[in-house]
Design a protein around this ligand. Structure first.
Ligand code: NAP
Length: 217
């Protein structure tokens, strides 16, 4: 179960060991990065159908290497593994730990994050295209939002600039982007891992406050 940098790295390792690997992607990104081994795309239609797919494809191990905020697919993996009697290996990232220079406001959910933003801020909203709804009522905030693909349903933020790009792994590039857009607050999730950490370092170096949503338990 993929869709993350870690899952792609794991697929590469396992393929190099000579194992047969199928990486499952939700199919949200139209041009995902290449992954070693076989790839299948799209939802299964729930845990029961995932279990049937595991049996039909003679899967001997399911590895959940999905994003820590992708909660439904992880629940489905647990149920499907039990139903199909296939071994489940859960690879969970550790959340980022606050550095002494970080200015973090930790919140529990997107709604609280949206309500924590001060009026008039220029906010870099790094949360993924399907999570914008809780921010729509903040007509008093200028949002800069970055995503790989625009959402099919469009963007209903009142005042925003859209940047279609992947996050950079170079914190200086992230810092330049924040400065060029006069960002005053970063809103993101505590996703852990290395792939999206550069923005956290950029905010630290520029002393930009971060409203950060805690990783789900
Ligand atoms: P989610 O809310 O947990 O899943 C919603 C539904 O999407 C699932 O019930 C499943 O549909 C399908 N799905 C999700 N991941 C899948 C996968 N790897 N393979 C096949 N079907 C999948 O997930 P999400 O938050 O939308 O994330 C979707 C994918 O993007 C995940 O693979 C995740 O690793 C990756 N990703 C997510 C985030 C994030 O912020 N959430 C960030 C980076 C990458 P069915 O019930 O029909 O099977």
């Amino acid at each position: 179960m993929g869709g993350t940098k870690e899952a792609a790295e794991l697929a590469e390792e396992l393929v190099a060991e000579g194992r047969s690997v199928i990486t499952s992607l939700a199919g949200r990104t139209t041009e995902p990065r290449p992954v070693a081994g076989a790839v299948r795309k799209g939802g299964f239609g729930g845990a029961d159908k995932l279990a049937r797919w595991l049996i039909a494809n003679k899967i001997t191990k399911i590895i959940d290497a999905t994003h820590p905020f992708a909660r439904q697919i992880s629940k489905n993996a647990v149920r499907a593994a039990a139903l199909s009697d296939v071994a489940l290996d859960i690879r969970r990232r550790q959340p980022w730990i606050r550095h002494e220079k970080d200015i973090w406001i930790e919140v529990g959910d997107l709604e609280t994050a949206a309500n924590t933003i001060a009026a008039g801020e220029t906010v870099f909203l790094a949360i993924g295209s399907q999570y914008l709804q809780p921010f729509e009522h903040r007509t008093d905030v200028h949002f800069i939002t970055r995503m790989i693909n625009p959402p099919d349903s469009g963007i209903a933020l009142a005042d925003y600039k859209l940047i279609l790009a992947r996050p950079s792994s170079d914190w200086r590039a992230e810092a330049e982007l924040f400065q060029a857009n006069r960002v005053t607050t970063l809103v993101c999730r505590n996703s852990g891992g290395t792939g999206a950490h550069a923005k956290i370092i950029a905010a630290r170096e520029l002393a930009i406050p971060v409203i950060i949503i805690k990783m789900p338990a």
